[in-house]
Design a protein around this ligand. Structure first.
Ligand code: AMP
Length: 424
């Protein structure tokens, strides 16, 4: 169905047309009409499916179609797990509401409570909030949600994983009896099911992309490598394959910091975002990455939530995430909305079992290769049944010398520089 047939109004159609959206994604196709019809919704959808627009577009339209119940009302609340995601949603919402008079506001940590209190006093159409900060305002009695019309719980599974269940319950208890709730979650876990029973009334269930559907659209590959050679292999891949905008994931803040230092030493423009960076620092780094002023962005899982860079061609798992589902979130950053993407995992022997768990989750067996000059140490190889010593070796040919300043040569095993790794 087209956006017009779904029932979106002219000012929204013009805005999305300018953004180059030609037709709705499956989640948008199924969600928009139901939101306009004021139904509660339970949707399983992952990042990259167009889920943000699936709720933002009809919310903007609904708010325009009806008058606020009070001039000072907060009319819609979108709750998201992280500040970055909240910022992203606000930016997206403003683009969709370009030709309309709809106000947006952020309620996230890292900004002063007093300034936010002032904002809240004037009434807000769409408030995008993280659970912790919203709870603080409720406790301080600086927010009144009694005129709320729409409540969105975005990335519910993630929010519950981050321990926000008590906050969500407290916030939910503040909402008026009559309101519409939309719940989005990448996975359908028991915890999410339980939450849905609390917050939803006679919901419509929408299941678009099954977990492996998004994953299917992404070319995945595993490079087997020794842990202490990963940084060198990463520099080599970026240089030799001429990757220009690459997002690299580490498991810990410490390994993110160490990796960035090593990449810089290798002549690559790299920066890091993780939980120890302030919101302002993270935003600055993200902007630089989007403008391609830095070539490699190293991120931890939490900090990476909500990063939205159109057509990100490569995502690299430098270390596997602790939580298997995060693998899906990570690689969802590439191959977005119909574009091809490549997800590369640098796997060392200690991560072998965890990788198998991830493969079971996504129902995909990912091909494993070695890069010439970075083969796994033979003594470790014997202990690794993924790489049988007698198996005909599948290697990736050393790539043609790159034409960029970041040109790298594959260092040989002999020249190998041992680098200190963060404790696992
Ligand atoms: P999301 O799943 O909400 O993170 O969205 C993924 C990306 O898809 C964002 O960059 C959106 O701008 C983009 N997008 C959303 N809807 C559409 C659409 N109908 N056509 C093309 N791109 C879209």
């Amino acid at each position: 169905m087209s956006f017009e047939k779904i029932g979106l109004i002219k000012p929204i159609l013009s805005a999305i047309n300018e953004l180059g959206y030609i037709e709705p994604t499956p989640i948008q196709d199924r969600t928009i009409g139901l939101v306009l019809a004021k139904k509660d919704i339970f949707a399983t959808a992952q990042t990259g499916t167009g889920k943000t627009a699936a709720f933002l577009l009809p919310i903007i339209q609904r708010l325009r179609d009806a008058k606020p119940l009070s001039p000072k009302a907060v009319r819609a609340v979108i709750m998201t797990p992280t500040r970055e995601l909240a910022i992203q949603i606000e930016a997206e919402g403003k683009k969709y509401a370009k030709y309309m008079d709809v106000s947006f506001s952020l309620l996230v940590g890292g900004k002063s409570l007093e300034a936010q209190e002032k904002q809240l006093k004037n009434g807000i159409d769409i408030l995008i909030a993280t659970p912790g900060r919203l709870r603080e305002h409720i406790i301080n009695k600086s927010i009144d949600l009694k005129f709320l019309e729409i409540f969105v719980v975005d990335e519910a599974d993630r929010m519950l994983d981050m321990g926000f269940v008590t906050d969500i319950r407290l916030i939910h208890a503040e909402l008026p009896k009559r309101h519409q709730t939309l719940l989005f979650s990448a996975t359908y876990t028991d915890k999410v099911r339980k939450l849905s029973r609390l917050v939803l009334k006679k919901p419509e269930f929408i299941e678009t992309a099954r977990q492996n559907k998004t994953v299917d659209a992404i070319n995945q590959i595993i490079y087997l490598v020794d842990a202490d050679r990963k940084a060198k292999l990463l520099s080599f891949l970026i240089g030799s394959k001429n990757y220009q905008q690459v997002l690299v994931f580490t498991r810990t803040k410490k390994s993110a910091d160490i990796l960035v230092e090593e990449l810089i030493l290798d002549g690559l423009k790299a920066e890091v975002i993780h939980g120890d960076k302030t919101l302002a620092q993270r935003n600055k780094t993200l902007t630089k990455f989007k403008k391609k002023e830095i070539r490699v962005l190293v991120a931890t899982d939490i900090a990476s939530r909500g990063i939205d860079i159109e057509q990100l061609p490569q995502v690299i798992n430098y270390e596997l995430p602790s939580v298997a589902e995060d693998y899906i979130h990570r690689i969802g950053r590439t191959g977005r909305a119909g574009h091809d993407g490549e997800a590369i995992t640098l796997l060392d022997i200690n991560e072998k079992e965890h990788m198998k768990t991830i493969e079971r989750l996504i129902h995909v067996k990912i091909p494993r290769v070695e890069v010439e000059g970075f083969e796994v140490d033979i003594t470790k190889k014997a202990a690794n049944d993924d790489i049988k010593p007698n198996r005909p070796k599948k290697t990736v040919k050393k790539a043609v010398a790159p034409k960029t300043a970041d040109k790298k040569k594959a260092p040989t095993q002999k020249k190998r520089k041992t680098t200190k790794r963060s404790p696992r």
